[in-house]
Design a protein around this ligand. Structure first.
Ligand code: GLN
Ligand code: ZN
Length: 768
């Protein structure tokens, strides 16, 4: 039996890579400094795995920005607009230009697109393909990393994105072809890479093929059969691993098992039920890698349970054919739990339930030892400790709250329903709210200036006391309210100056959440996030936002919108419990938000927005699971929103996403008003709502807040006319695409003044 790691986090346990990249980009340091930092990180991680006793240690899992972009550079799929840079620049600078765009030396080249890596919060750079796309070996990064590892005494296992997955990750930039048609052009480059790796002494090669665990077209299936047969033909002696993760192989099992490779990796955390079938299906020539340590979460492994998987596999196929591994790359887990030393943030009791990447590496090795004939005393001791920690977690009073469980049990369908249908609600709301046609509003946050962030930092460090901090925030809030009144916005917001992050702010006030000091996970490039940890039953000990909403409303006669983050988004952007279904955790959060909604109503807030930007990204990878997810996700939103009277208006907000395929479910959320990101697609997104005859009110964003560009009134009028052509005027709101947190006041002021003018013009035109 052997162990291997699919990939290790690359950002560094103190985010060294982030810092080195950003310093290089701003010209503070030179390329050598960056490359040196990368080298140190790689060496540390190789050494860490070697000392832990991992048998197959990966290389080429490291990346300065993104592993898909690495592959794009490796196979020379450099889009036309970078050709000049490709000739003139160093490889690293070309690479960062492709990732981040290039606005220098009189050039203005847009960055390549970025999108989510399957259902994770990691974003990759989307390869761009032309009809006659050619590939050639451009960057030899993978070879160099293999050589570097060899120099440290490690015969590493190069990790390479499999050819079919690489193509499927990309985007056709012109019509008239299917990206999978490019497989014959692409294959020779892969063969060339393999040749070089073989010449340098590589033994194992890991192909990441996560698409094998997704719904596949016939063409994709054929491509799999074709490429791996070709690869095998040319390299009878290399040992190939095909790694799948994030889902079960399911209907693709026989396809995967028939590939002429040496090892198949399956994700037994996401899909434990696939083990039996896999054991019964794989031929004798194939080893099985058991992905049993969760690479996507921060909980300690359940050794007892994992051992039962291992033993079952060993019994069936023999220990030589069994490998032990994390479920997927550890890229999605934070680096090192040992760095969490502040017990005020993360108590010792909770910490003992957790494992980050470094700890997971050790878990894999311990599991191997435990599964061996004669585990030593030390190993048995570790087993006993693991059992104890898990037992403690099972019964901890920190986790289990009977009141919360009881409340979930008595929650009924009625709790997920407003008292009256939308039509009746609309009337009651209009009687009270008295809003004009094309009412204007914003999505919630106003610019978080340096000063505001500075106050928060000082407050956290104790350099400002609570009263001082509070006074400053009040001043900023009042200024924002006055300014909105002055320019004539109809529904005001308080600005969210008291919030750091839309999930963290609520997590900090809800029971059942913990935070880490250093639990960073790469989101894209140098950007990292530190997700909260939901460890226990969630409830709301005290009101969370009433203070600020009430204060803001007290300043003005206009309506101020209360601002909350929805249950699905809170769930989606946190590390969640693995001891109960996500749907149950979501319901608990929904009930907590519901309490906040009703408290806001009681405090006189008549319009309440519950943001759900993450509802679509929560969609399962397999279409067969969609409806189940959407059922509980929509129900959770409704539970959070349905505790109020007809006359209280509930808004929701979602960022840019395809709505066509889930429009029915969005309608089922039954928010009185939905605001969506729309301007970049020139209102095209609205067609989904129009075709569907979306019944409730809708605010299609009329300008893109992701850029400092100030839109003109005319432009916004144009967009509103487009919107009004497909949606009745009585249903339309006027607002930006998203929150204004990342913008500066200067452009925000101009843009919103123009937006109010655009709404006015629409009303005048409409009155004629
Ligand atoms: N209310 C939030 C804000 O304005 C919404 C952010 C989001 O949609 N991501 O910042
Ligand atoms: Zn948004």
């Amino acid at each position: 039996m052997q162990t291997h790691i699919l990939g290790y986090p690359r950002i560094g346990s103190n985010r060294e890579l982030k810092k080195a990249c950003e310093q290089y980009w701003t010209g503070k340091t030179d390329l050598n400094h960056l490359l040196e930092t990368g080298k140190i990180i790689k060496n540390n991680h190789w050494k860490l795995q070697q000392e832990a006793g991992i048998d197959l240690i990966p290389c080429n899992d490291f990346s300065y920005y993104d592993q898909v972009l690495d592959m794009t550079l490796t196979v020379g799929a450099i889009p036309e607009r970078y050709r000049q840079l490709a000739v003139q620049k160093q490889e690293t600078d070309l690479y960062f230009a492709m990732a981040r765009g290039f606005q220098q030396e009189g050039l203005d080249i847009t960055a390549m697109e970025m999108t989510k890596w399957f259902d994770t919060n990691y974003h990759y750079i989307v390869p761009e393909f032309q009809k006659d796309q050619e590939f050639s070996l451009f960057s030899d990064k993978i070879i160099q990393e293999f050589i570097n590892a060899k120099e440290t005494g490690i015969r590493a296992k190069p990790v390479i994105i499999g050819p079919v997955t690489y193509l499927l990750l990309g985007k056709e930039k012109e019509g008239g072809f299917d990206k999978l048609d490019l497989i014959r052009n692409l294959l020779p480059v892969y063969l060339q890479i393999l040749k070089e790796l073989e010449n340098h002494g590589a033994e194992y090669i890991q192909f990441d093929e996560p698409f094998l665990a997704l719904d596949l077209s016939g063409k994709a299936k054929e491509a799999y059969g074709f490429v791996y047969a070709e690869i095998r033909k040319q390299f009878p002696n290399l040992k190939f691993i095909v790694a799948t993760y994030f889902e079960g192989l399911k209907d693709n099992l026989s396809l995967a098992a028939a590939l002429p490779v040496n090892m198949l990796h399956i994700d037994l955390v996401r899909c434990p039920e696939q083990l039996d079938k896999a054991l019964n299906t794989i031929p004798e020539t194939l080893s099985l890698s058991l992905g049993i340590v969760d690479g996507r979460n921060i909980w300690k492994n359940d050794f007892e349970k994992s051992l039962s998987f291992i033993e079952k596999a060993v019994r069936k196929i023999g220990s030589e054919r069994v490998f032990i591994a994390p479920s997927c790359s550890l890229l999605h887990a934070p680096s090192d739990l040992d760095l969490e030393k502040n017990e005020d943030i993360l108590s010792a009791e909770i910490k003992q339930w957790m494992a980050f990447a470094k700890q997971k590496v050790h878990e894999i090795v311990i599991l191997k030892k435990l599964a061996s004939e004669n585990p030593d005393y030390n190993t048995l001791q570790q087993f006993a400790e693991n059992k104890k920690a898990l037992e403690n977690r099972r019964i901890s009073t920190l986790i289990h709250n009977q009141d919360v469980k009881d409340r979930v049990d008595v929650t009924t369908d009625e709790d997920a329903k407003r008292s009256s249908p939308f039509k009746a609600r609309k009337k009651s709301q209009q009687d009270i709210l008295q809003l004009p046609l094309f009412p204007t509003t914003t999505i919630g946050s106003f610019p978080q200036t340096k000063e505001v962030r500075n106050w928060r930092a000082k407050f956290k460090k104790g350099k400002l006391n609570a009263e001082q901090y509070d006074a400053l925030l009040k001043q900023e809030t009042e200024r924002t309210i006055r300014w909105q009144e002055e320019i004539g916005i109809d529904v005001l917001v308080h600005g969210e100056f008291e919030r750091n992050d839309m999930v963290e702010y609520f997590g900090e006030q809800l029971a059942g959440f913990a935070f880490t000091q250093n639990g960073w996970v790469q989101s894209y490039g140098s950007r990292c996030v530190k997700p909260p940890v939901i460890y226990g039953d969630v409830h709301r000990p005290a009101p969370m936002t009433v203070y600020w909403s009430e204060y803001a409303q007290s300043l003005t006669k206009k309506w101020v919108k209360g601002m909350l983050t929805g249950p699905v988004t809170i769930l989606q952007w946190s590390f969640v419990r693995d001891d109960q279904p996500r749907s149950l955790t979501c319901k608990q959060i929904a009930l907590a938000i519901r309490d906040e909604v009703t408290d806001l109503e009681r405090a006189g807030i008549r319009i309440i927005q519950i943001d759900e930007p993450a509802i679509r990204e929560g969609l399962p990878l397999r279409a067969a699971e969609w409806q189940n997810y959407l059922r509980w996700a929509v129900e959770a939103f409704r539970i959070s929103a349905s505790g109020v009277e007809d006359a209280t208006q509930i808004h929701t907000h979602m960022c840019y996403s395809e709505f066509n395929d889930i429009i029915q479910n969005i309608a089922d959320m039954d928010a009185d008003v939905i605001t969506i990101e729309c301007s970049r697609s020139q209102m095209e997104l609205l067609n989904a709502f129009a075709d569907f005859k979306y019944p409730n009110e809708i605010g299609p964003g009329v300008y893109d807040i992701h850029s400092p560009r100030v839109p003109s009134k005319e432009e916004m009028v144009e967009l509103l006319k487009k919107a009004q052509a497909v949606i009745p005027a009585e249903q339309l709101w006027v607002n930006p695409d998203c929150g204004l947190k990342t913008r500066h006041w200067e452009e925000t002021e101009k843009a919103l003044i123009a937006m109010v003018a655009a709404s006015k013009e629409m009303s005048e035109v409409f009155a004629l």
